[in-house]
Design a protein around this ligand. Sequence first.
Ligand SMILES: [Zn+2]
Length: 468
Amino acid sequence: MALCAAAGAADLSAQAPADTLIYNVAVTGTGPHLSVEARVVISADASIFLDAPPAGAGTSVTAFGASDDRGLTLRVQRTGGGYVVSRNGPGVIRFRYQLAFTDSVSSGSTASGLDATRLYAVTRSLFVAPDPVLYRKIGRPYPLVRLVFFLPPGWRLVANWDSTGPVLAPRSGEDLLQGTLAAASDYRFYDGSAGEAAYTVAVRGSRAFTDSALVDLVSASLRLGAAAFGPVPVPHVTYISDAGRKGRTSGSLQGTASIGLLWEPGEMLERARSHDTFHETLHLWFGGAMEAERWWTEGVTDYFAARFYAAWRDDPRELAALCYESLRNYARIPHRLTITMAAEARSLPGGDNTIRLVYRKGMLAGLLLDAAIRRGSHASATLDDVARRLLTTARTRRSKTVSEAEIGDAVAEAGGSTASREWSRVVAGTEKITDGQVAAALRTVTGVDLPPPPRPAIPKALSKPPSP
Ligand SMILES: [Zn+2]
């Protein structure tokens, strides 16, 4: 194929010569396997380092082999996380492998699954590829990557890489390895634009709501995010909505522009899931365009998602319900009065989101800081002003990272000593957060009284009575 010449010649002649890497990916549709053939042209080094999908990606690599352009077998060394392929001098390396999938249906939006009817995958689980971080470290340009998928008849691919006809062009190593893709014959596609970005929603399977209800939700989340924080940070966002397993509801942003939403069969588009969808969209800003402490990236994002969702529904009770739910979960976290959110992120990574301070207390921190800034500034500033300022700072940095101290400074600048005191209590400290504080903050933010629901919480309508 004429890919290398087309991509390489004109615009790159002035730079160090970049390697080119072409993948041909074949889904046969007959079993949980995918076969990949790749051709890499290396310009300088006589070997190439390739990382395999990490453990836990839901796939395993089998039958890896490499040869030169004449079919002569090249030496392959297995390393801890991948392969080193050596050849004598610059030239062409071909490598091929089969990928076996652990699951036929992906068990969540961060996992992969393949069966005879569909593929859903996070792209790091598919590719044996040079590690973008390593390439950056050694100052070597990442290869120009082109992909061609060979799919069973009638299947269509969903990915947010640029394409010219059947050839897909990730923009970087990160773009190759940090996306989500899916393929099946029965995806339904909806294209639109909101917040100065294009979006594609690809929906598969039927659930207890219409496709248009989901597309409206997605569009609203992008629109409200952009209204608060500025245009969507990427030109095109892909939402892949597939039916997963029961009990495996899941959403995530992969990379900077690809959102996976795995739904239970029969799931409704209710408050919790709509809020999650807003949350994933807002990760385009916090987690995509800007990196920060987890309590901001997850918790404050959750607060903004709740506030914007309630605004979209034009019902502040939606915000109150989500905040009080977080408060109930917060009250069950054993370490809530002993360590800060930042300390938790370092000492207790991973685990169930519902009992982690970075999510639950983080959301409440968003609410309490927002209210304190509004009070301290006599209603002339909000937490949104802080977020915009941090996003501006992040844009100037290659790491996209803002520190906790910088967040604290921005909060103090927006809301003065009132906001600083709240910061000391909630972010720097471990004082208990109470019903009364949450109710007062909700009143400041919404202008209406939203008292806590009576305790104990009203049982769910469908919950079963205890067995005799
Ligand atoms: Zn999240």
